[in-house]
Design a protein around this ligand. Structure first.
Ligand code: SF4
Length: 375
């Protein structure tokens, strides 16, 4: 179900240890968590004159499951005190399989969390070790089973492919195992190595390999083939839902320029034509809020031209594509005329197609979505 109501993202910037491929902002100084919760409460209150209500909440990280139930309760109390939360809100929390238990899941449900994103990444212990994850496959299976036992009926599993030492048949095995738990949502990300991460350093020294472009496409198509065969909807480049109602309502806001508020270090917000983001350093974030300053690192105001281009390329990451009528209402121009050169090139290369008033990516187009903007 689509909504134009804003979404709320809360970043929990702590991890017990850093994974070898991770470039997300997080730190390992868990002793800062209590001070962080107090500070986050203040930031939650700051924005109550800007945003009044939300129909999605997403706790991401970092590792939100490092927080105790008491700490999560403090966050939710602050949110509910400052904002109207839709009674049917989608409330998601990312959890690490190594941190959770049946009791913890029971308590999350009581807090109102109704959707989990479990960071499984792989069911192969060698691959988990290679990635530097601190959990193993047994913990992943327990986490899935415990979440079900507790009563979660909307769980997502995150997986990674294109890993050194992983071939297509190993990847297929991982997908099939994931399918055996019938999760409502599956995200499959291709491993990408950002400069500065430990795995990138190994890659730069040629100690490990990444699949060549042709092989990467094979991983992508195998993923889609297997998941579609099992009835999942490939609704965004990396995301699959068992039914329409299980598509991530929160993430769809990012792709459709719906307003969102991001709180915590490095979190991004978007409202109207303005995007702003917080400082990424936890200590600076804590210090600025303690001095009653907004911890905003930068703001950009998007021109109509920038908004149109973003709408085009974000829309082409989703299977639904771009609603041409809605585009015209938003920007006062016909997309097919306004961006004729780009769209002709995309159609010619069979990356997109026009169907029922929508401009949609083809499967080939989705496979190369990250490079479409360069065409
Ligand atoms: S748990 Fe997630 S955020 Fe933390 S280091 Fe690993 S990948 Fe990064």
């Amino acid at each position: 179900m689509k909504s134009d109501q804003a979404g709320l993202y809360i970043h929990i910037p702590f991890c017990l240890s850093k994974c070898g491929y991770c470039s997300f902002y997080s730190i390992e100084s868990l002793n800062l968590i209590p001070e962080y919760i107090v500070t986050l409460k203040k930031e939650i209150e700051y924005y109550r004159n800007v945003f009044s209500s939300f129909d999605t909440i997403y706790l991401g990280g970092g590792t939100p499951s490092l927080l105790s139930i008491g700490q999560l309760e403090t966050i939710f109390k602050a949110i509910n005190k400052s904002y109207n939360i839709d009674p049917h809100a989608e409330i998601t929390m990312e959890v690490n399989p190594g941190d959770v238990s049946l009791e913890y899941f029971h308590a999350l449900l009581l807090l109102g969390i109704n959707r989990l994103n479990i960071g499984i990444q792989s069911f192969d212990d060698n691959i988990l070790k290679f990635l530097g994850r601190r959990h193993n496959s047994e913990e992943s299976i327990s986490a899935i089973n415990d979440s079900r036992k507790a009563g979660f009926d909307n769980i997502g599993i995150d997986l990674i492919y294109g890993i050194h030492g992983q071939n297509i048949s190993l990847w297929k095995k991982t997908i099939l195992q994931a399918l055996s738990y019938a999760p409502e949502h599956i995200s499959c990300y291709q491993l990408s190595l950002e400069t500065g991460t430990p795995l990138y350093k190994k890659y730069a020294l040629q100690n490990i390999k990444l699949p060549a472009e042709k092989e990467q496409l094979k991983f992508f198509h195998t993923t889609t083939d297997e998941l579609e065969k099992a009835g999942y909807i490939h609704y965004e480049v990396s995301n699959f839902a068992r039914q329409d109602k299980f598509k991530s309502r929160h993430n769809q806001k990012y792709w459709e320029h719906v307003p969102y508020l991001g709180l915590g270090p490095a979190a991004h917000s978007f409202l109207g034509n303005r995007r702003w983001w917080n400082t990424s350093a936890v200590k600076t974030y804590l210090k600025e809020i303690a001095q009653d300053k907004m911890p905003v690192e930068n703001t950009e105001t998007l021109s109509v031209e920038q908004l149109k281009l973003e709408a085009l390329f974000l829309g082409l990451r989703t299977k639904a594509g771009i609603d041409l009528k809605r585009y015209k209402i938003s920007y006062g121009v016909d997309l097919l005329v306004d961006k004729k050169t780009i769209i002709d090139a995309l159609i010619k290369n069979k990356f997109v197609e026009l169907k029922d008033g929508f401009l949609r990516p083809t499967r080939t187009g989705m496979a190369v979505a990250d490079s479409l903007a360069l065409i």
